[in-house]
Design a binder for this molecule. Sequence first.
Ligand SMILES: Cc1cc2nc3c(=O)[nH]c(=O)nc-3n(C[C@H](O)[C@H](O)[C@H](O)COP(=O)(O)OP(=O)(O)OC[C@H]3O[C@@H](n4cnc5c(N)ncnc54)[C@H](O)[C@@H]3O)c2cc1C
Length: 221
Amino acid sequence: MSYVAPIKDMLFCMKELAAIDEVAKLPGFEEAGYETAQAVLEECAKLNQDVIAPLNWEGDKYPSSWHDGKVTTTPGFKEAFRQFAEGGWQGLQHPADFGGQGLPKTIGAACGEMLNSANMSFALCPLLTDGAIEALLTAGTPEQQATFIPKMISGEWTGTMNLTEPQAGSDLALVRTRAEPQPDGTFRIFGTKIFITYGEHDMAQNIVHWCSRASPARPRA
Ligand SMILES: Cc1cc2nc3c(=O)[nH]c(=O)nc-3n(C[C@H](O)[C@H](O)[C@H](O)COP(=O)(O)OP(=O)(O)OC[C@H]3O[C@@H](n4cnc5c(N)ncnc54)[C@H](O)[C@@H]3O)c2cc1C
């Protein structure tokens, strides 16, 4: 499947509707004006057009498989994810203090849109990792942030979102999972989660599971 990123339309929206040059007047975003957006989008388009989109057809032919408790992703996904991570794309909109690029979400959203359009099944892993990073930035302790965020930004680890339970799908008021603090500082997690996208895969060393009403699990590695 081929994909051509609509860079011209995206830049038009950023300039005329989202006023990217006004965003660049905000403290911390001084380098993030129209020209930066253009340069970032052009690079992002190359990765998505040349590397990520062609993997769609591979995914149809050779989907992820499960053997002996291990998930093996489509051939090419692992290498593409490495390229994605090494290019700094996972950290594009996350704080420089944790190894990100600290760019505004106006630019991050356009890059995310390219990734989603190029290959939705690949994109879900970075998308869920973004969510786990955001959750930690919002509610994590400084220690949790320092432990988990830099490794997720670098792509060594990825993240998941664990909301759904057998009795709680659309209605998340029904979730029952709870985390009980233990004397040694860890948590015991009680409950059952289902439908965890990228809950197991071979693209990263470790997978950080973020549960609603719970703290992140300790790293496996
Ligand atoms: C491929 C896949 C990946 C997923 N990945 C994740 C993940 O990574 N993390 C995660 O937490 N969850 C994940 N989910 C779960 C997903 O978010 C839930 O399936 C979704 O929220 C719907 O819940 P449910 O399946 O229990 O359906 P239900 O909530 O039981 O809904 C069943 C039907 O009833 C309808 N319905 C429900 N409530 C109402 C209402 N109030 N009014 C009218 N109609 C209603 C729905 O539209 C649907 O047609 C995934 C699901 C799939 C299929």
